[in-house]
Design a protein around this ligand. Sequence first.
Ligand code: ADP
Length: 283
Amino acid sequence: MNTAVSLQNVRKVYNNVSVVDDLSFEIDRGEMFGLLGPNGAGKSTTIRMLTTLTKPTEGHIQVAGYDVVRQARYAKQCIGVVLQQVSVDVDLTVWENLEYHGRLHHIPNPERQRRIDRWLEYVELVDRRDALVKTLSGGMKRRLQIARALLHEPQILFLDEPTVGLDPQTRRRLWEIILDLNKQGMTMLLTTHYMEEVEYLCDRIGVMDNGKLIELGTLHEFRAKHGEGIVVKQAGERLDYQFFATVEDANAYLDRQPDKTGMMVRSSNLEDIFVELTGRQLD
Ligand code: ADP
């Protein structure tokens, strides 16, 4: 079985509104998949359904071959989850949080202690083992969440906005951890509204807006489809963007303009394509 995650015509309705609307896509084993979209697009709701925290109103979801509604218990054993809000207990120590999670997953000793040691070392929190979680920095808390999500050795890791609110250096460190885990074979789905995070980390990207998947593919495919070259033109207060198949085509267009004032050519990036798709800028 090569499919790690599959969604078929998934819908989630809150207060008569479809906040996730007819969502269908698959993630292969070992893939790093990024779900990108503005706030309110439905990314967190999608993660919550994938991780059994809320049920789809319609449609089918499988993770690691298990139906998340009918076989939730098995599905849960195969996944690790790092949620947006800090979900570790801040009044417990680092070790106590991991110990508690390990017991919940019925990991017996001495194996439980071996794994706690291993993952604490991996996320570089060994020296904080006995510190209360409330004394940790934001980046350390996020690393603890990752260690906890890995303790029961899941096949698939879900990360909801893993680096939101972290400083650039801490974000880079988390990216390294995420890339390394993926290199070790972990399938990953992460949601984000940071373009550079998706560009740097993800094999494939799904763009969500208003609960719908509006684009799916690799950045390479997106650029081939929408255009690899772009002419930017200052139009009063605004910038106008015009896509061209290649940078050469964009340059040729610029050369033909009698007045080139305020115009420049560059390669297109994910943000350009996102704005083209949604007509909106992310914050
Ligand atoms: P994102 O993660 O892309 O920012 P969310 O999935 O958090 O988007 O939210 C999508 C929409 O669903 C938003 O309009 C949000 O207000 C709504 N929503 C999310 N959870 C609930 C809930 N428990 N009850 C009602 N509405 C909700």
